[in-house]
Write a protein that binds this ligand. Structure first.
Ligand SMILES: Cc1cc2nc3c(=O)[nH]c(=O)nc-3n(C[C@H](O)[C@H](O)[C@H](O)COP(=O)(O)OP(=O)(O)OC[C@H]3O[C@@H](n4cnc5c(N)ncnc54)[C@H](O)[C@@H]3O)c2cc1C
Length: 378
């Protein structure tokens, strides 16, 4: 049991800061940096980073329930903290002493924000087709290319970026680097208008001869893809936990509403069709929680990536089913924006895509099944 109860701190952060303000953030369309600083004060910005870097040094099993709490408050806000934590932990783990000294504490404290940059405009599921090129120059690399779907574009102070070092298809040449947001040649070219989460800037970057030093390389050519995937596997489990939080909260909204509503001279919650729908949601919440907890326990072992894929495959789909079912159980009220359900439906859709779509998780699981078949004797 860690000395600090991060799950309780996350719950308090959600109750006092996220839930009361998220509708206002959505209306204003501006990233709530003060809230993220408060998240840093609560230890939520460096959950898995080592203590000497200012992090919480939590195990994945200890830290993942934090994301379930964040998902109860707002899945987009939870997603921002997932990406930020991916940057913080990756940087704290791989950075040179100088780079860690410059960035680890500010990131863990939430005073600086990090973006994790892999996807390119041609499509995120096929990193072998990436073309952003880091060319070796004396003392470092010069990076040129375009990146898409960058969460915190324009708000992040530092990016962890996946780049190729050779032209043509492939990923074995990839490196992972720290790119400071104010480097000459780096600019935000587009911010997307989205279905929800207007307060989270997501957009495109152009890099035109951006120079980085050798000591800003986190994983050299040949190791970049693996280092990025290790971070993405953790993020997949974060997302699964956020999805469970969203589904649990959707159910809580219906239970609170259903207590006071009668139909056909009986309570709404006594209608068997409603009970069956909600029973399925509850089973999904329980199953999803077990899946993300299992994946969290296996991260860092050879079984980690497939366990993460199972959790990421199941939980966002379950969250979308939950949000739709709970909206239906509210009748017309489920369509009103003074309930969170319309936002939950949009955000569950988002959770299916981020950090690798549901289909990509099936590919990971399918590859494992083929390996198992190949290992059969006879
Ligand atoms: C809100 C949001 C925030 C994001 N933030 C970031 C970020 O901060 N950093 C970052 O790097 N990326 C980010 N992404 C990008 C995300 O990782 C990609 O969207 C995702 O990897 C899918 O890529 P794509 O959208 O280009 O879809 P595509 O790769 O074009 O895929 C299109 C469709 O084809 C399916 N598909 C693809 N390959 C296969 C296959 N082999 N078999 C079957 N079906 C397949 C996909 O499942 C999908 O349905 C973000 C995305 C969203 C929506």
């Amino acid at each position: 049991m860690p000395a600090v109860d991060s799950v309780a701190l996350a719950r308090r952060h959600v109750d006092e800061i996220v839930r009361p303000r998220v509708a206002q953030w959505e209306r204003e369309g501006r990233l709530p940096r003060a809230a993220l600083e408060a998240a840093g004060d609560a230890g939520l910005c460096g959950l898995f980073a080592p203590a000497e870097a200012g992090g919480g040094a939590l195990t994945f099993a200890e830290g993942m329930p934090v994301f379930e709490e964040l998902g109860r408050g707002d899945a987009a806000y939870g997603f921002v903290l997932s990406m930020h934590n991916a940057v913080t932990a990756t940087l704290a783990r791989h950075a040179s002493a100088g780079v860690a000294e410059r960035w680890a504490r500010p990131l863990c404290s939430g005073r600086a924000l990090g973006g994790f940059v892999a996807t390119e405009p041609h499509g995120g599921s096929d990193p072998a087709a990436n073309t952003t090129l880091a060319t070796a120059v004396p003392g470092g690399y010069r990076i040129s290319g375009r990146k898409a779907w960058v969460t915190l574009a324009g708000e992040a102070d530092v990016y962890v970026m996946l780049c190729r070092t050779a032209p043509g298809r492939g990923y074995r040449d990839a490196l992972l680097a720290v790119v400071e947001a104010d480097r000459p040649g780096l600019r935000v070219t587009r911010l997307y208008d989205k279905m929800a989460s207007s307060f989270v800037p997501i957009g495109e970057l152009e890099l035109d001869g951006v120079e980085i030093r050798t000591d800003e390389v986190l994983a050299p050519p040949g190791h970049g893809f693996q280092a990025a995937l290790a971070a993405i596997d953790v993020a997949r489990v974060d997302i699964a936990a956020i999805a469970v939080g969203l589904a649990a909260e959707a159910l809580a909204v219906v239970l609170a509403h259903g207590r006071g509503r009668s139909l056909h001279e009986q309570p709404l919650l006594a209608l068997q069709a409603i009970q069956f729908m909600l029973a399925d949601v509850e089973t999904d919440v329980v199953a999803g929680r077990l899946l993300y907890q299992r994946a969290a326990a296996l991260l860092g072992t050879p079984q980690g990536p497939v366990a993460a894929a199972h959790a990421k495959r199941f939980c966002p789909d379950a969250a979308l089913r939950a949000a739709l079912a709970c909206s239906e159980a509210l009748g017309a009220y489920g369509w009103l924006t003074d309930t969170p359900l319309p936002r939950f439906i949009a955000l569950a859709k988002m959770l299916q895509v981020v950090d690798g779509t549901t289909e990509i998780q099936r590919l990971v699981i399918g590859r494992e099944l083929r390996r198992r078949a190949d290992a059969l004797e006879g």
